[in-house]
Design a protein around this ligand. Structure first.
Ligand code: ZN
Length: 193
C-alpha cells in the first residue's frame, strides 16, 4: 500500500507537512532524551531490578512522546491513497471512561488496490453530540483520498472546487472546511483541494 504516483500534492502543503513531521520527531526525541537524563540522574542501583527502573522511565518517555506529539502516528502508520467505494453510518459500541456508550460512527470503505478494502472510522461530535461527518457528509463515494503518515484523517484529492458547497477535511485536525478556504479555519494549516 502506498500513494498512487499520479497524485501530486501542492508544494506549500508538502513543505508544511514535512516541517510538522520534523518538529514532532525532534519533540519526541527531546522527550526521550529527558527520560534518558532522568535514568542517569535517578539511582536505580538500590532497587532489586536496576534495569527495570531504567526501562520503565524510558518507556514512560516514549508513551509521553506518543501522547504529546503523536509520534505513534508517524512511526506505526503508512501513507496510502485510494478510492472511497462505500460510506456507512451506524451505531457502534465504544468504551468511554470505563463504561460502554453507543456512538454514531461513519465508516469509509476505501479501495487501495490491495486485496482487502480499508475501513476508516470517523467520529467528530458537534455541540449537540451529532457526528459532523454524518450531518455534513464531507466525503463522497468515488472520492480519491490520500492519507499521509503522521496525520489523523484522509483528505479528498482532485475534487472540483467550483461548487462552493464542496467541503474539505483538514488532515491535521479533521475539521470540515468550505471550498472558499485555503487554510483550515480551526488550525490554520494548508488544505489540499
Ligand atoms: Zn485543521
Amino acid at each position: 500500500m502506498a500513494i498512487d504516483k499520479s497524485i501530486k500534492l501542492p508544494q506549500k502543503f508538502l513543505d508544511q507537512y514535512r516541517k510538522n513531521i520534523g518538529s514532532r520527531i525532534s519533540a519526541g526525541i527531546t522527550l526521550l532524551c529527558t527520560a534518558g537524563i532522568l535514568c542517569a540522574a535517578i539511582d536505580f542501583s538500590e532497587s532489586r531490578y536496576p534495569v527495570m527502573g531504567i526501562v520503565m522511565v524510558m518507556a514512560c518517555g516514549f508513551v509521553l512522546a506518543c501522547l504529546i506529539v503523536g509520534i505513534h502516528r508517524i512511526l506505526f502508520r503508512t501513507s496510502w491513497s485510494g478510492t472511497i467505494t462505500d460510506i456507512d453510518a451506524d451505531y457502534h459500541i465504544r468504551t468511554k471512561n470505563r463504561g460502554l456508550s453507543k456512538k454514531f460512527i461513519v465508516t469509509l470503505t476505501i479501495d487501495c488496490g490491495g486485496k482487502e478494502p480499508k475501513k476508516f472510522e470517523l467520529l467528530h461530535e458537534d455541540r449537540n453530540g451529532e457526528n459532523k461527518y454524518y450531518t455534513e457528509a464531507p466525503y463522497k463515494v468515488g472520492d480519491t483520498v490520500v492519507f499521509l503518515r503522521g496525520m489523523k484523517y484522509p483528505m479528498r484529492y482532485g475534487v472540483a472546487t467550483e461548487d462552493m458547497l464542496t467541503l474539505f477535511i483538514c488532515p491535521y485536525c479533521g475539521d470540515i472546511n468550505k471550498a472558499e478556504r485555503d487554510t483550515c479555519y480551526k488550525c490554520g494549516k494548508y488544505l489540499v483541494k
